[in-house]
Structure formats: C-alpha cells, structure tokens
Write a protein that binds this ligand. Structure first.
Ligand code: G6P
Ligand code: ZN
Length: 585
C-alpha cells in the first residue's frame, strides 16, 4: 500500500477570501496563485474543527469548469493530511450541485460509510475557462450550504492563516475510472472512492417521480422534448436520466457534453444566454423554427437552475413554481400525502401566494438565497419552493434542482395527458399555464438586469430609492406626473425587506427595496450578490391581473407603464449611464 507523509507548508493570508453562501468565486487567475486554494481549504478545515474533519467522509466534485481537475487533486491531498478518512469523487470530478446534495444525504459507501460534508467546485452560472471564474463552496451533512456561522469563521481563518497541511507521497488519483484506492498515512487509512456520478441522484429521483408515466409521455408520437445543458455538468445526468432511463431520443439533448469553458458561453438558463434552445423552441426573434418541440428546458453550469419552455412559449420561474405547487399532489407521487408548506424568495412574483391561499397551505416569503428554504425544510415546514432567478426545488435535497424541475413539469404533462398519449391533441405547456392564469389570475412579471455597473453609482441609486420611501406623497406625485391616467395605481407602502427566520429567530435586514402598489403591483430593487465584476442592479416588476379577459397580453407591453415608473423613480439612466438593461427576463 502507498504510504504518504504529512507536511506543513508555511503560507501568508490572501485578502478577499470571504465566501458568500454560494462559496468563494474569483477569476481563475486568482485561484491559481500558489497557496490561494490551499489557504481557503485549510481555513475551511480549521473552521469545521477536528470533530468534523478527523475520520470524515467528504465529497469533492463540481461542474467540471477549468481548474476543477487540479483543485480536486489538491483538496484530496489536503484532506488526507488533515485526517479525513475518505474522499468521494464523482467520475471525472463531475457532480451537479443537486447531485452532490443527494450524494451527501443518500449515498452509502461499500463499507457502510455516509458523507459528512462536501466541497463543491463551481461558480454556478458564471462563465468558465482560463480567463473566467472558478469557485468553491462547502456543504454540510444535511447536504445544504454551510451556514453563515461557518462561512464567517472560514473568512476569519483566511485572514490569520500561517500554514496548511498536505500529503506528500500521495499520487494523483485517476478520477476517470470508478473504484476505491486505499492509502496509508501516519494517522491510518485513507480511501479515495471514485463513483458513478448519476446512480445515487437517479435513485433518489426515481423515489420521487413516476418514471414509467414520464417514459410513456416521452415516447408518445405527439410529444417532443429538448434539453440544453449549456455544456455544464447537467449534461452528464441528462444523458443517463432522460435518454437511458426515460427513453428520450439522443438528439433531444443539446450542449450536453460538459466543457471546461462551457463552449465559450455563459451557462445561465435564460432567454438571453440559452440561445440555441430559445431558437429550437421557436422563440428567437431572428430565426424562424417551423416545428419546435412541445417541451424544452435548460440548466446552468452546475445544474441547479432551470428554464422551462413550451412550444413558442416561455414559462416564468415565478409561474413555474406556482404551477408545480398547484399540481404536485396529483401529479408527483412524492407529494401525494400533501404539501407541508411552500415558499418563495421576496422578489419572486406572488403567483405562489395565490396557490397557497387557494389550497390552504403554509406559506413563507424569504430573502433571496436558497439557505432560507433549507432552514424551513430541515424543520419540516416546506415541501416546494422557488425563486425568480430560475431556481426551483423541494425538500428531497437542500439545493435547488434543475433536473427535478424538468421531471416535475414532465410529470404534470404526463398527468394532464394521460388520456391523450399515442395521438390526438395534447394539453400543452402553454395550455397548462393559461389554465393556471384563468384559475388563479396572472402575475405579469419581468426582471431588468443592469450588469457591471459602477459600484459607487449602484450604491447611490439604492440610497436614493431608500430616501424616496420616506415620502409616499412625493412618490405618487412623480407617478401621476408620468401617468395621469389609471395605467399605474398608487404606492401604498414602501420599505426595505426584512426577514425573521421562524426556525432560528435570526433577522436578515436590507434584503431589497420594495414599492408596493394599491392594486398588488410591486417594484423591487436589489443589488446582486453573485456577480464577480462591478455591481449588478436588479429591477423586478410585477402586476397582478385577475380579470380573465385581460390575462393574455404580452408581458412587456402590459408592464410598460410600470417599467417607465420604475426607471423614473430610480433615475436609472442618470445614475448608471445606461439607457437599457443588459438582460431582460
Ligand atoms: C444564487 C442562489 C439563489 C439566489 C441567486 C441570487 O443562485 O443560490 O438562491 O436566488 O443566487 O442571485 P443574485 O445575483 O440575484 O444575488
Ligand atoms: Zn447554479
């Protein structure tokens, strides 16, 4: 057996190693500086403490972006030196973020071991490659991101770190072949287990959904399907789940071979970045597609986000979670006993609220960030949740889950079409959404993103909006000055969103600036917490329409008066110098 030694390497702190809940994200050129990754990993081990590190079983994998392979070898050697007992690596280092969460919660090693935590190597939907982003985050034994107490400790440690431990004499592991390799160190045995990336995740999904009924839908001659992984890690899972298990045609997969640079693209599933899928689905303004598939979906780099499309039809993420919640009990076996509760992030539209009210479900509005859902789920208070930022999921894991969302939609389609398969007219994605609007009303919704804005200017704009909140008379005067007619109602309340976690009592302040209108419309302004350059201002615009004769309008057209109000109130162009947003979804 190969014997390794533990060596202590002297180092000095790097500035700016503060992880958010989505981990530490920086340009690759920052990460590849000598000791940079090592410092962060040692700071994490030190923050976790010997209890959680000695004898631990750690998952190490990610979305396969550039620098992942080197990072996996470094982390493995440091884990060995810090007394970790086993490292589990998905084949080729590939596991989507939801698959990591599933593996941590569900996988049992050949020797009966269970994972105690995970390093996920991803910068999510940010581009990858030598000149783009890399990222690392730590997830706990519940399969969810480390809480702030731990991430703060990690950061503190990075500011004082003097040395780190690494194994010497431990060879690089071959991560392309499954199997267990055993090594011997001064503190005993150390195993590296390279395992199939999809098996455990698939097993969990099979216990949630009715695979045979989805298979029937996918093989029906009047149904067609398309999935775009944007060259992220979801492609690996998609091949196995949609093609091998559910019988979809191989040609229905687009960009499903993971690439270190995501093919040069921006692996974010929205109408701007998922260009190929958008064209295939007949939604491109420059290309006409004669016969788009009935259903299309896309994922981000690490497979936790999703975009759902019908033939020539976009489903907003806010509608998507509401529709899944409204149909889950009938269409998805895992929920047949009822829903414990539902939740959305604050900027997400109130479509889910209306469903919760109709179905008499517990409902929570939380700040942006999946960790807030995790707390509710651990406490058994929430079954389904979603965010406007293309994240949807349930309490089967503690991350959002892109493929879960696709399977949820396919389940609803299979349920609604159980008598239509084999031929005849299908109930389409668009039919389901329109039917939902007819029952619950429609929340017209759009988001304007201003990316890479000057940080100072963005802060000034936000400060201006907060100041304006102190005089609603002034606000309503500005609105009346733009729209003397009744296109836009009056603001009745304005604040900065604050949340008290019902589980641990913690309070989160300054979670977005809200202007709430008399007719239920909302304007929300937030600064993004996930960008890596400059500031990104997000403007969320929403208007509720109950009148079924008015629910069929084009959303940009319906929202135009409210958009105008938002831009004038915020003095968007004045502060940012931008006459148009970077992305509209
Ligand atoms: C990550 C989190 C999501 C959150 C999103 C917000 O993806 O996992 O829970 O909604 O970031 O991003 P933003 O850029 O708007 O802060
Ligand atoms: Zn992601």
């Amino acid at each position: 057996m190969v014997m390794f030694k533990i060596i202590r390497v002297e180092t000095t702190p790097f500035e700016g190693q503060k992880p958010g809940t989505s981990g530490l994200r920086k340009k690759v050129k920052v990460f590849i500086q000598p000791h940079y990754l090592q410092n962060f990993v040692q700071a994490t081990f030190n923050a976790l403490g010997a209890d959680r590190v000695k004898g631990a079983t750690l998952v190490v994998s990610g979305d396969g972006r550039y620098y992942s392979k080197d990072a996996i070898q470094i982390i493995t050697k440091m884990a060995a030196a810090n007394g970790v007992r086993r490292v589990w690596i998905g084949q080729n280092g590939l596991l989507s973020t939801p698959a990591v969460s599933a593996v941590v919660r569900e996988r049992v090693g050949a020797d009966g071991s269970k994972a105690t935590g995970a390093f996920i190597l991803t910068a999510s939907h940010n581009p990858g490659g030598p000149h783009e982003d890399f990222g690392i985050k730590y997830n706990m034994e519940n399969g969810g991101p480390a809480p702030e107490g731990i991430t703060n400790k990690i950061y503190e440690n990075t500011t004082t770190l003097k040395d780190y431990l690494i194994a010497e004499g431990l060879p690089d592991v071959d991560i392309s072949t499954t199997g267990v390799s055993s090594f011997e160190g001064p503190e005993g045995k150390f195993d590296v287990d390279v395992f199939d990336s999809t098996s455990d995740y698939l097993k969990l999904l099979k216990s949630i959904f009715d695979f045979p009924s989805i298979q029937k839908l996918l093989s029906s001659p009047n149904f067609s399907f398309c999935y775009d992984a944007l060259h992220g890690v979801a492609g690996v899972h998609a091949k196995r789940i949609f093609v091998a298990e559910l019988g979809a045609n191989e040609s229905s997969l687009v960009n499903c071979v993971p690439k270190e640079d995501f093919g040069g693209g921006h692996p974010d599933p929205n109408l701007t970045y998922a260009k190929e899928l958008v064209a295939r689905m007949g939604l491109s303004t420059t290309h006409s597609e004669p016969n788009p598939p009935e259903f299309g979906a896309a994922a981000d780099g690490d497979g936790d986000r999703n975009m759902i499309l019908g033939k020539r039809f976009f489903v907003t993420p806010s509608d998507s979670v509401a529709i899944i919640a409204a149909n889950a009990v009938q269409a998805i076996p895992y929920f047949s006993g009822g829903l414990k509760g539902v939740a959305r992030s604050m900027p997400t539209s109130a479509a889910l609220d209306v469903v919760a009210k109709h179905l008499n479900l517990k409902f929570f509005e939380v700040p942006t960030g999946w960790k807030f859902f995790g707390n509710l789920m651990d406490a058994g208070m929430c079954s389904i949740c979603g965010e406007e930022s293309f994240g949807t999921g349930s309490d089967h894991i503690r991350e959002k889950d892109g493929i879960w969302a696709v399977l949820a939609w396919l389940s609803i389609l299979a349920y609604k079409n159980k008598d239509n398969l084999g031929g005849g007219n299908l109930v389409t994605v668009e039919d389901i959404v329109r039917q939902h609007w007819a029952t619950y009303g429609r929340h017209y919704y759009t988001r304007y993103d201003y990316e890479n804005v000057d940080v100072g200017a963005a802060k000034e704009l936000m400060a201006h909006l907060v100041k304006l909140q102190s005089s609603l008379d002034e606000v309503n005067k500005i609105i009346k000055g733009i729209h003397s007619d009744s296109d836009v109602s009056s603001v009745v309340h304005a604040d900065e969103f604050e949340y008290k976690d019902p589980v641990d009592g913690s309070v989160s302040k300054h979670q977005g600036i809200r202007y709430l209108f008399e007719d239920g419309s909302r304007l929300v302004f937030r600064l993004s917490g996930t960008g890596s350059e400059g500031a990104t201002i997000r403007l969320y615009i929403e208007q509720y329409e109950k009148d079924s004769s008015k629910i069929g309008r084009d959303s940009q057209e319906a929202l135009a008066p409210l958009v105008e109000v938002a831009l004038k109130l915020s003095k968007m162009q004045e502060y940012t110098g931008r006459s148009a947003p970077t992305v509209i979804t």
